[in-house]
Design a protein. Structure first.
Length: 284
């Protein structure tokens, strides 16, 4: 890994940073932003379906990483998001995991609409741990207790979870940002999808909304090859190690955190989140 302005980032991203940072937003672009493993793919599919007026056939037109280019993956062996993005007709739906201070400035200049998805850090950490194990382009996470320390100290790709969620939370009052919580989506997907629809100024009938809820349920997405990443070879995502659509639950962290780790985590959480005005639900 390398670093960009003190934020740990994969070497492939560091190498292409100038091209990524100078990416030119266009009128009508829409962005989904998140810290990794927060439900980004879920939100991408929801937003794509909303933009396609709930047309499920159209939503199957290409894998999610083609429909919604992941900008930081500017140039990798198998994929160039910047190239995809530059050939897309409007409205372009784009994905980023960048902390708010590293967002390409042209998004702010164009007043781009951004949906930010945030997930409680304990589940995020567990999901990220399994993701490091299966994504062959990520560094080896080592044993769980080692990864726990890395995550807590922000020494993982895209940096500190705390800085990320707080940075975006503060930015939402200055820009067109809709801040959505993964736990709220699990609790009441219909309510949260309606918020996204309103934000995107789409007024779809209730039966279409229902269809989007069903189509983006964990069960449905897990068996959809266009979103479950099974189209990627095992040399990229080795899903024999762990599925991309792994559990899709709130509070799986309870199956992984030792009591001592939980105490340590809660202390750090309290310190870091105290003045943020931001609260996460660790279970429902
Ligand atoms: P788990 O590893 O906890 O199962 P991202 O897309 O940001 O990488 O996030 C991946 C996480 O979101 C994974 O979490 C994945 O299972 C979960 N996820 C994906 N689609 C989902 C859905 N439709 N409902 C609930 N969780 C979903």
């Amino acid at each position: 890994m390398g670093e960009i302005e003190g934020v740990p980032m994969l070497q492939d991203i560091c190498k292409e940073w100038d091209a990524i940072h100078s990416f030119q937003a266009r009128d009508g672009d829409i962005v989904v932003a998140s810290y990794p493993k927060s439900g980004t793919t879920w939100m991408q599919e929801i937003m794509d379906l909303i933009l396609q007026d709930g047309d499920t056939e159209k939503s199957l037109r290409a894998p999610c990483f083609v429909k919604v280019p992941f900008l930081e993956m500017a140039k990798t062996l198998f994929y160039s998001a910047l190239e995809f993005a530059n050939t897309m007709p409007p409205p372009r739906l784009l994905k980023i995991h960048l902390p708010v201070h590293l967002v390409p400035p042209s998004f702010w200049e164009k007043n781009t609409k951004i949906v930010y998805v945030a997930r409680n850090p304990k589940d995020c950490m567990v999901s990220y741990y399994y993701f490091h194990k299966m994504d062959q382009t990520m560094p080896d996470p080592g044993p769980w207790e080692h990864f726990f320390g890395l995550f807590l100290s922000g020494k993982v790709s895209w940096g500190s979870w705390f800085d990320h969620v707080i940075g975006w939370w503060k930015a939402k009052d200055r820009h067109q940002i809709l801040y959505i919580f993964y736990e709220d989506m699990i609790e009441d997907p219909q309510r949260e999808i309606r918020k996204v629809m309103t934000f995107l100024e789409k007024n779809l009938p209730d039966e279409v909304l229902q269809k989007i809820v069903q189509r983006t349920s964990f069960k449905s997405m897990k068996k959809n090859p266009m979103v479950n990443f099974t189209v990627l070879p095992t040399s990229v995502f080795d899903q024999t190690v762990s599925s991309f659509m792994r559990k899709g639950q709130v509070s799986d962290w309870k199956n992984h955190f030792l009591v001592s780790q939980n105490i340590l985590f809660d202390e750090e959480y309290k310190k870091r989140m105290a003045c943020s005005g931001l609260r996460f639900r660790m279970d429902l």
